[in-house]
Write a protein that binds this ligand. Structure first.
Ligand SMILES: [Zn+2]
Length: 416
């Protein structure tokens, strides 16, 4: 099962925007860029909303049918481990093996010794096409990297083999993710990780390292964009080198778990994948929920009332809602508008504060991050919220499609 060169991790909390998201990919296709849709939803999201992986499969199948989508598409078991993979086997054909929690846990000394003995070819100086300086690796450094990552890669191997035994050989796409860790992986660490993945026989088609900088939920990248650009290109160079050297799948590419809306690095990512003729997987499902709220606010009436209520309740329950996302949001609480003030807003004012348009004076990234995690409040509204999604479908769909196409696809693929 091959994943196309470009793919997007889409999907949405409540499973209503599949068609609207697909419409953006259809438009990209019309302009000559094929992007494979991958519906992704993590176990964390399923838990908070009370959905099952089968619900995502149903949404994806229905959207594909309704839109007449002829290309491949996938359903991703996003960020799974041995403890929860079984619930995803039937519905999914893309598995993101999350081993971030195992990085830094050392393998047994004998295992590290034998890894080093088997990979002496990694030692020394390597000229990697696309990296100016030779990449140097001596034994103490290799040992240190193996101590940090070998156990995690072996864990990925276990999850992979378990999934393969349940799902069948060649029946799914494999991603390995290490993005939810404290420290970014350097290109030389990535090289060793890929060597270890090849040894484990993990046929990964995407790998999600942690990049430097902050990837907070729903808001732009915080960090040094120039540094990111260098790092991203070096990772592409290492992957190209490793694919040849270690016989990893030719389709192996970087996966960026964007946390949605990393607009300031899209230029660098787009330029790098063109320069290297590389593929890209970009996960950006979360942005869609906020477009639903924007659509509801703009619709007025009950839609706007719901949007305001989601804000008010999220404001009151900020600690509870932010808990599971503590490492990926930075909210300045002093800059959150008072719910009483928000209640006086009209739909345009609400949309202005929420919509990710940094040039809009009303845009408030603190409010946006709070609402990003506020989907739990909407989930608790149950049928009232879902009915509103149906009732205001056209205006919501318009915002969902325009956001994905204009703010994500165009800056990555259609730069003039
Ligand atoms: Zn992730």
């Amino acid at each position: 099962m091959r994943l196309g060169k470009y793919s997007f991790g889409i999907g949405d909390r409540f499973g209503h925007q599949g068609r609207a998201q697909l419409a953006a990919l259809i438009e990209a296709n019309r302009r000559g860029v094929e992007i494979t849709p991958v519906w992704n939803k993590s176990n964390r999201e399923h838990g908070i909303i009370g959905t099952k992986p089968g619900d995502v499969r149903k949404e994806a199948d229905a959207a594909v049918k309704a839109c007449g989508w002829k290309g491949p598409y996938f359903v991703d078991a996003d960020h799974i481990g041995l403890a929860n993979v079984d619930g995803f086997i039937e519905a999914c054909d893309f598995f993101t093996l999350d081993v971030a929690d195992f990085t830094g846990k050392a393998a047994r000394p004998a295992e590290i010794d034998s890894f080093i003995a088997d990979h002496r070819a990694l030692l020394g100086s390597h000229r990697i096409d696309g990296i100016a300086e030779p990449v140097e690796l001596d034994e103490p450094r290799l040992r240190a990297i193996a101590a940090k990552y070998l156990f995690a890669v072996r864990q990925a191997g276990e999850i992979y083999r378990h999934s393969e035994s349940r799902k069948g050989v060649g029946r799914f796409v494999t991603e390995v993710s290490m993005d939810e860790t404290d420290a970014p992986q350097t290109p030389v660490e990535l090289l060793v990780i890929l060597a270890a993945m090849a040894e484990e026989g993990i046929p990964a088609q995407t790998i999600a390292p942690k990049f430097s900088g902050r990837f907070n939920k729903g808001v732009d990248y915080v960090g040094d964009v120039t540094r990111f650009a260098v790092e991203f290109e070096q990772d592409l160079a290492v992957i190209r080198f490793a694919v040849e050297r270690f016989r990893l799948p030719q389709t192996l590419k970087l996966s960026v778990h964007s946390g949605s809306d990393k607009f300031s690095i899209y230029g660098a990512i787009g330029a790098a994948i063109r320069k290297f003729d590389a593929g890209l997987h970009l996960k950006t499902a979360g942005t869609t929920w906020l477009e639903e709220l924007i659509g509801l606010a703009l619709a007025g009436g009950e839609g706007l009332a719901i949007a305001k209520e989601v804000y008010t309740k999220s404001f009151i329950r900020i600690d509870d809602l932010c808990g599971p996302y503590a490492t990926v949001i930075d909210i300045d609480r002093t800059k959150l508008p008072d719910p009483e003030e928000v209640c006086k807003w009209d739909g345009r004012r609400f949309a202005g504060a929420l919509r990710h348009d940094p040039t809009c004076p009303q845009y408030n990234l603190n409010l946006r991050q709070l609402l990003h995690v506020g989907y739990k409040v909407a989930a608790e509204m149950g049928p009232r919220f879902l009915t509103a999604l149906q009732q205001y479908k056209p205006i919501i769909a318009e915002n969902v499609t325009a956001n994905l196409y204009e703010r994500h696809i165009c800056p990555l693929f259609f730069v003039s």
